[in-house]
Design a protein around this ligand. Structure first.
Ligand code: UYC
Length: 232
């Protein structure tokens, strides 16, 4: 295995994202030595904002039973690899933990709850948002939620992904729904069972926004200044 490790370590560090994506699961199968390379990789890159490649490496360690991986995460990344910044005193640990195990369905519920928390107690009781509340939502907090989704989904899920697709379609909702798998022909995808809760989903499929009361809330979310500012 020493040979295998060496032949994987170099492309992990210097290869393209596509190459890295293939190598991480191979390292995961090589036992402790493979985990060591993944730990070294995460430490080397920790000065830079986490990408979905870091997310994949992190997920392997997070989901490993190896004591060395557990100890490494406890001491070096106790809150994960995305900084859980909040301007509103909100704790994003539960969202981070659900996304680290790719429980996208539970993470989607928590996302809706956190979005309501961000708007205050009346929104928490109501369980949904007014578009005016979305407009006033903290950009820092939205970026934290979005980064968690991006980093833990190979860059596939997140509001910024939805925004990019929406803009590429000239903000045309009728073209947008089928593109992200929320509507097929005349039929809305039914919540929760008809949605796809894993990475086989189309890009931008998650997180969900209930459209029952119209597109105004989702339009505000996708137009939020958080997405045109640089991440902090
Ligand atoms: N639901 O159809 N949705 C709910 C979606 C719509 C409906 C929750 C998304 C269309 C009802 C979430 C789509 C529609 C409830 C979503 C979708 C509809 C409900 C739970 C594709 C009928 C019961 C969280 C656009 C034509 C709850 C929440 C209620 C719930 C998401 C019906 C996340 C993305 C237009 C009757 N739907 N929802 O916010 O509020 O309630 O009565 O979007």
């Amino acid at each position: 295995p020493a040979n295998d490790i060496d032949s994987l370590r170099r492309p992990l560090i210097a290869g393209s994202e596509k190459v890295q994506q293939q190598i991480i699961p191979q390292l995961a199968e090589l036992g402790n030595e493979g985990l060591d390379v993944l730990m070294e990789f995460l430490l080397k890159r920790r000065e830079n904002p986490a990408t979905w490649v870091d997310g994949k490496a992190y997920q392997v360690l997070y989901n490993s039973d190896a004591p060395q991986a557990k100890e490494f995460l406890r001491s070096s990344f106790p809150e994960g690899i995305v900084p859980l910044k909040s301007e509103c005193g909100i704790n994003y640990n539960s969202l981070q933990q659900l996304l680290a195990v790719q429980d996208f369905q539970a993470a989607d519920r928590v996302t809706i709850e956190k979005m309501c928390e961000l708007s205050g107690p009346t929104a928490v009781q109501r369980k949904w948002l007014y578009f005016t509340e979305v407009e006033n939502t903290s950009a820092v907090d939205l970026q934290t939620i979005n980064n968690l989704w991006l980093v833990h989904s190979e860059g596939k899920f997140g509001f910024s992904v939805q925004r990019e697709i929406w803009l590429s379609l000239g903000k045309n909702w009728e073209n947008f729904w089928p593109k992200i798998g929320w509507k097929a022909g005349n039929n809305w995808t039914r919540y929760p069972n008809e949605f796809t809760w894993d990475l086989s989903a189309p890009r931008g499929h998650l997180p969900l926004s209930n459209q029952l009361r119209g597109v105004r809330v989702f339009a505000s979310l996708l137009s939020h200044p958080a997405w045109s500012k640089n991440p902090e």
